[in-house]
Design a protein. Structure first.
Length: 184
């Protein structure tokens, strides 16, 4: 008859060699990490999509503000109103809420210089969309200065990544576009 010591040693040796259930333990360790990576990819993809949308909105707004005769704009509108309407159209088509654009009091627009006087151009604020007209885009010294329009805006985005420091973390995504003034 085997001694108690040998029985315990044999039982421990069998347990050490046993691999049944290892897959379950490995899956329990890996699946939460993989799930968090997939959620992260989704939320960062959403943020990148919103960044692309607001950049396109700023570009369309700058184009509408720079055109002397905008074919899709109402007669008598200012460049700022035309820019805001173009931004609103892009936001609507992308199913983003234009009312969530951050007001100018919560962010700092780019500092642009007036084409003629050289002074800083203030924003024409339309619902958080900063429209700066007659701004200096480039001045090489030898060629004539290029004047244009700048449109800037910021949009909030909130991540949802549980068990991380980014959970319910809000970031502000900003976009800015500059377009040369067109002449007839």
């Amino acid at each position: 008859m085997e001694s108690m010591k040998e029985l315990v040693r044999n039982a421990l040796a069998r347990l050490a060699c046993e691999t049944g259930g290892a897959e379950i333990a490995e899956a329990a360790a890996v699946l939460p990490i993989m799930f968090m990576m997939l959620i992260g990819i989704f939320w960062f993809g959403q943020a990148f999509s919103i960044y692309g949308t607001i950049t396109r909105a700023a570009q369309e707004g700058a184009r509408a503000a720079a055109a002397p005769q905008c074919t899709t704009c109402a007669a008598g509108n200012t460049p700022g109103v035309n820019a805001y309407n173009a931004v609103q159209t892009v936001f609507t088509s992308a199913h983003l809420n234009v009312a969530q654009i951050l007001p100018l009091s919560k962010w700092t627009p780019p500092s642009m210089v007036d084409c003629v006087t050289g002074s800083t151009v203030l924003c024409d604020d339309h619902g958080g969309v900063c429209v700066q007209t007659n701004v200096l885009l480039s001045n090489s010294g030898t060629a004539p200065a290029v004047c244009g329009v700048s449109v800037s805006l910021e949009y909030p985005y909130q991540f949802w990544l549980p068990f991380t420091s980014l959970n319910k973390q809000a970031i502000n995504i900003n976009a800015s576009a500059r377009v040369r003034m067109e002449t007839m």
